[in-house]
Design a protein around this ligand. Sequence first.
Ligand code: ADP
Ligand code: MG
Length: 696
Amino acid sequence: MNLSTEITYLKGVGEIRSALFKRELNISTVEDILYHFPLRYVDRTRILQIKDLKNDLSKVQLKGTIGHIQKGGNPRKPFLKAVFTDQTGSVNMVWFKQIQWIEKKLHEGEEYILFGKPSAYKGKFSFSHPELNLWSNNNQISNSLTAVYPLTELLKKRKIEQKIFREIFRKLLDGKGIFIPENLSKEIRNKFDLIDRQTAFIKIHMPDSQGELKLALRRLKFEELFFLQLRFLMIRQGRKTNAPGIIMPKVGHYFKKFYDDVLPFTLTDAQKNVVTEIWDDLKSGQQMNRLLQGDVGSGKTIVALLIALIAIDNGHQISIMAPTEILAQQHYKSFSDLLFPLGISIGLLTGSTKNSERKKLNADLQNGDCRILIGTHALIEEHVKFKSLGLVIIDEQHRFGVAQRARLLEKGNQHPHFLVMTATPIPRTMALSFYGDLDVSKIDQLPVGRKPIKTAVRAENERYKLYKFVKEQIQAGRQAYFVFPLIEASEKLNYKNLNHGFDQLVDVFKRPDFQVDMLHGGMSSLEKRAAMKRFEEGICNILVATTVVEVGVNVPNASIMVIESSEKFGLSQLHQLRGRVGRGAYQSYCILMTGSKISETSKKRLIAMVHTNDGFKLAEYDLKLRGPGEMDGTRQSGGPQLKLTSMVEDEDLLVECRGAAQELIINDPNLDKAENVEIRNYLKSKNKYKDWTNIA
Ligand code: ADP
Ligand code: MG
C-alpha cells in the first residue's frame, strides 16, 4: 500500500464510504486521508480533579468512588442517579437508558475511572451517561490521546463518525502495511530535530502522549513550511536563469530632466536607496521581482514614477495597476501633471473607459506612443498589447500572490520587470507566505516635516465639539474626510450611514461657507471623478465617503479624518483610512467615532490606533487579535494552502524553514546531491518543479 492507493482498497472503507469521502471531504487516496488531520484530541492520559472542572471543558477523566445510587422519575421516564467522589469533591451522574443493566454494573464504594463531558446543573457538575471502568480491572489509565476529526453533516447522517475514522487510521497505520516515503534529508532532520515522516503521520493520528503529538506536529509543520519556501526560492531561481530581464542600462534625458527641473521636493534617503536598488535590478539582465514596502504616506508613488522614467529612457513602456478606479484616476492625474513638462503620453484604462477611447488607447500602446498605462484590474482582464512592455507596477494589491502575478506576466513574450508596492505593512509571516519569491525593499522613513497624526476616540455626546473643531480647521484652510461604513441606513445594524450622515453634515456645515460632497461606490464613475476633483482642488471642504477612499488617495491639504462607527472597521482598514491625512506639512487628526456598545476586541483595536502610528506594529497586532481562526480568510484570498501551520503562532518555525530552504538552494541549487535525494524525489512526485501556481 502506498500514498497513491485509492481509499476504496482500505480496510473499513469500501465503495460507498469512499464515494462519500470523495464527495464530502475531497479524499480519494491514502495520501489525502493521511492529510485529513484531527481537529483536536481527547486527552485520556490525564486525570482531572473534581475541583478543577470547568464548564467549557470537553471530555475529561476523573478517578473516584461511586456512592448513593438512586432510581427516580416515573415508570414511563425512569432515571438512575449516582454520586461520584474524589478527594476534592463530588459530581452527579445520570442515566436515562439501559438503567437496569447499568445499575447492575455499578458497585458502591469501588474505585472507577469516569470519562465524559461535564455540564453544570444547579451549581453542581453532572455527567450524563459517562463511561465508567473499574480501576481494579487494569489499574491504569488509557495511555493515549484520541483524535477527533472534522466531519460534515452528511457524514454524520450516514453514521460515519469518529470511531470509523479512528478505525481506518488504526488499520492503516498500525501494521507494517503502509510505506510513507521520507521527504527531508537526514541532515535537515538532524539539524532541526525532526522525527521521520512515517512516524510523524502515525503519531499525529494516534499519539500516545502530548509529547509525541508535539514532535509529530513539529515535523509536519516544518515540512509544510519548508516546501512552501523551497518552491518560492525555486521559482525565484528559475526566473533568474530562465527569464532574462530586459536590460535598462541608462539613466537618460527624461529621468535627468525630471529630477533636476520638476521633482517638487527632495527625496528622502530611504526613497533614494530604493530607487538605486531598483535601478540595479533593471541593469542586471535578470528580471526584477520586487516587493516595495512603505507605510502610508512614505512616498511610494514618486519612486514608481522615477523608475518608470528609467524604463522610458530605455525605450520601454510601463503599466501600473491600482486596486480601485479612484486610485487609478488619481495616479493618472498626478502622473499627468508631473510629466506634462516632459511631454510623456499617459493612458488610463478602467472598467468605465469608453470603447472608442479603448480603441485609440490600444493603437497607441501598440505603436508605442503611449508610454505609461495606468489602470485597474481591467489591465489584466483585457487583451492589452504593448509595443514593448518593460515594467509592471502593482500598487496596493495586498494579496497579489504568485498565481495572480503569473497570469499578469503570461501576456507578453518578454519578461517585464515587476514591482509590487504595498503600504499594508504585512507581518513577516504573511510577507513570506505571499511574497516569498520576491526580493524586498523598504521605505522606512517618512518625508521630513511630517507631524505624527493625532488619533482620538470620541463618543456621540462629543459630536458637536468635533464639528466645532472641524470648522476651525476648515477656516484655517484645511479639509476633512468623514468616512461611513455603509451607504444606506440598515435597521438591524446600527451603523452610522452615509446618506443620513451627509444630510446632517450639510445641515451643520452650511453653504455658502462650506462645501460638502459625497463619494461612494454607488455613484457613476463620472460623478466619482467630479467629486474627487472638487476635493483635490480644494473647492469641497468636506468629503463624505465610504471606504472607496481607503487606499492610496492623496490630498495633502486634508488634515482631518473622521471615521464614523469606527468599531466596524478592521485595524488595517483604519490605518489605511488614517493614512489619507498627515500627507502634508499640517498637523493632522484622526477621530474615531464610536457607538456606545462596542466589543472588547473593537475596543482593543481602537486603543491600538490611538497608541501607535506605526503600520507594521498594527499589522502584527491585528494578526494576533484576529487569531489563527482567520486563516481561512487568507486561504480564500489566494494565500498558501497551509493545513497545520498558523501565521500567528508559527512565525519562528517559518523563519527556520525559510533559512533551511535558502541553505539548500545555495548548496545544491539543482538538488542533484545524493544526500538530497528524498527532497528531489518528493518534488518530482508532486511535479512541483513546474506546477508552482498552486502555492497561491
Ligand atoms: P504612499 O507611500 O502612501 O503611496 P504617496 O506616494 O502618495 O504615499 O506620497 C504621499 C505624499 O507625500 C504625496 O503628497 C507626495 O507628493 C509626498 N511626498 C512623497 N515623497 C516626498 C518627499 N520626499 N518629500 C516631501 N513630500 C513627499
Ligand atoms: Mg500610494
